[in-house]
Every structure is written in structure tokens, then in C-alpha cells.
Design a protein around this ligand. Structure first.
Ligand SMILES: C[S@@+](CC[C@H](N)C(=O)[O-])C[C@H]1O[C@@H](n2cnc3c(N)ncnc32)[C@H](O)[C@@H]1O
Ligand SMILES: [Zn+2]
Length: 308
């Protein structure tokens, strides 16, 4: 798979599910993220195909943090960022698009995958013959949740001054308390946030604690997170579902999820999936969900409870 030249664009991108505005910032996937990604269907390693990439050197201080978390064997891991490309699974003969610099790891058809296919038809035919997009059936209600939260986040403007009614400092203090960081040090640790939303908490936490953080979300919140925090070299973004997490089990020192699992058809099934992701030795999982009464308030949850 060949590397093509770097381009920059400020086009507005319309997805059927929701409209995402790509403004004047460059969207990138750091190549280093690949070491933790696997095919969400079979857990096979993925092959990276680069369509558009860019060289960008991290600051020395960030380089040292990344080196302490996982040794940098090849400088390209941290110096070559991917704007557009594919992650291919040889076992499934399936590929996952990298679009707007974000790996799109949902296992059912999406508009963003279609757009990627249209925009890169020639490249895909030349370099990836015999590979298809994933065609699984989405979990119950998931496409509606994707649509609703995407609309909410895409309309949200991060001002840096407040997060809903909280200041970034208050958000950080809450998160430190929730994760018990007064007795557990996550400096130079690998952390996963499940349901990252717009990414304000993840950005602040990774910078304050000098940890490397992967943020996963079902919806186009990831594009907003990329827009606002894409320049943070300690933060990675992935679009994926808790029902098919694209990570090797036992990869993370800390996995946390706040206000997410109860939005699925089955909190229990979602919890079972992410419970596999922390490291076996000293890994930590933190989950915050609505109370039973709160979740009864949503129609999807009433159906979900009945199904469980
Ligand atoms: C209420 S928001 C919480 C966001 C963030 N954790 C916070 O505390 O501000 C719920 C988030 O969960 C995401 N989400 C819902 N279902 C999901 C799923 N199946 N997999 C991954 N993320 C999901 C939504 O897209 C949304 O961004
Ligand atoms: Zn596979």
C-alpha cells in the first residue's frame, strides 16, 4: 500500500446521519494508535493503508511521555499522522476507513464509510481489491443512539470556559475523585474512555496526568473531539461501539465510562464487553450509569430491560 501526498482541506462534510462541519483544522490519526487496534469482529491484527498522511513531530516533552508509556520502536509511529486511509483485516477480508483522521470501526454500514468509498474509489480498487466494508446488523437501537448523540455533540460548541455548567478545572477534579487518583497514579499509563463525547474530560486528564488516552465513541462526537483536541499528542480517537470494541483484551491500565452504557439496549451486555479491556494485572474499570429509575425514563431502556 502506497503513501500519497499530504493535502489539507476545509470542506464541510455531510453525513446522512448528521451534518459534521470539518473546519480549517487538519484531522489526523496518530500511527502509534495502531499497536492497540484490532479487527472488532475477529481480533486479528490490522494492516494500515495510507492514502493521505502528514509528517508532524511531537514536542520533546510529549515524546518522552509516549516513550515511557510504550517504547517508540519506529519514529514513524509518532511522526507520521494519517489523514485518510484504511485498516484492513486479512482474516475477514474487510476494511475499516480512516476518514477525517479517525478510524471508523463500526461493523455495519454507515454514511461516513460510504463517503470514504466514493471519495477513494480509485485507490481502493487499485490497492484493496477483494476487501469489503463490514456488513453486520447493528445492535438494537444503536443507529438511533448514534444519530441522536451525534446531533447533540455536533451542535455543541466547546468554549474552553465551561463544560455544560462546569469549568474544566471542576471537571478534572470530579474525574480525579471518581477514578480515585488521590491513591492511584496514572502517570505514564494507557487509558481508555468509552463514550468520550466531545472529549473535554479526556483532553484535560491526559495532559494533567501525563497519561496516553484513547477515546472511543459511537457517534460523530469524535469529529468534534478531533476538531477541538486533535492537536493533543497524548489523545487518540476512534469511532466504535461498546458491542464491538476494536482493542485487544487486556490492553489498558484504566478503562472508564461515564454516562454511556445505559444508552445501549443492554447495560449488562455492554459492561461484559468493556470488562475485557483492562489489563489482568492491576487494570482498573470504572463505570458510571444512571440509576434504575432514571433509565426507566427512556423508551429504549424500557425495551432493553424487558429484553434482559
Ligand atoms: C451522555 S454522553 C456522555 C459523554 C461523556 N462520557 C461525558 O461524561 O460527558 C453518552 C455518550 O455515549 C456514546 N455512546 C452511546 N452508545 C454507545 C455505544 N454503544 N458505544 C460507544 N459509545 C456510545 C454517545 O455517542 C455519547 O457521546
Ligand atoms: Zn477480522
Amino acid at each position: 500500500m502506497q503513501k500519497l501526498k499530504y493535502i489539507t482541506t476545509s470542506a464541510a462534510v455531510a453525513f446522512t446521519e448528521v451534518r459534521v462541519k470539518r473546519l480549517n483544522r487538519i484531522q489526523i490519526m496518530r500511527r502509534r494508535l495502531l499497536q492497540w487496534l484490532v479487527c472488532p469482529l475477529c481480533h486479528h491484527a490490522l494492516t494500515l493503508g495510507i492514502i493521505v498522511s502528514k509528517q508532524q513531530l511531537p514536542a520533546e516533552e510529549d515524546y518522552q511521555i509516549l516513550e515511557a508509556i510504550a517504547p517508540i520502536e519506529d519514529p514513524a509511529q509518532v511522526e507520521i499522522d494519517i489523514i485518510s486511509g484504511v485498516l484492513a483485516c486479512d482474516a475477514c477480508r474487510i476494511y475499516y476507513p480512516i476518514y477525517n483522521g479517525i478510524p471508523r470501526m463500526l461493523v455495519y454500514p454507515t454514511r461516513v464509510a460510504q463517503l470514504h468509498a466514493q471519495e477513494n474509489r480509485t485507490w481502493l480498487t487499485t490497492h484493496l481489491a477483494g476487501f469489503d466494508l463490514p456488513q453486520r446488523i447493528p445492535p438494537p437501537g444503536e443507529q438511533e443512539v448514534l444519530r441522536n448523540f451525534s446531533t447533540e455533540w455536533v451542535g455543541y460548541r466547546w468554549t474552553g470556559a465551561s463544560y455544560w455548567s462546569l469549568t474544566p478545572d471542576m471537571v478534572l477534579r470530579c474525574k480525579r475523585y471518581e477514578l480515585g487518583l488521590y491513591r492511584r497514579n496514572i502517570k505514564h499509563r494507557l487509558v481508555l474512555e468509552v463514550g468520550i463525547g466531545i472529549g473535554g474530560t479526556a483532553d484535560a486528564l491526559s495532559r494533567a496526568e501525563s497519561c496516553e488516552l484513547v477515546g472511543m465513541d459511537l457517534g460523530y462526537a469524535v469529529d468534534q473531539a478531533q476538531y477541538y483536541f486533535g492537536q493533543n499528542p497524548l489523545l487518540h480517537l476512534v469511532q466504535a461501539s461498546v458491542f464491538a470494541p476494536p482493542f485487544r483484551p487486556g490492553s489498558f491500565d484504566v478503562v472508564y465510562s461515564h454516562g454511556v452504557l445505559h444508552h445501549t439496549y443492554s447495560t449488562r451486555a455492554a459492561f461484559t464487553q468493556i470488562a475485557r479491556l483492562p489489563k489482568q494485572a492491576n487494570g482498573m474499570l470504572y463505570v458510571w450509569v444512571y440509576s434504575h429509575d432514571q433509565e426507566q425514563a427512556t423508551p429504549l431502556r424500557r425495551v432493553g430491560n424487558w429484553a434482559e
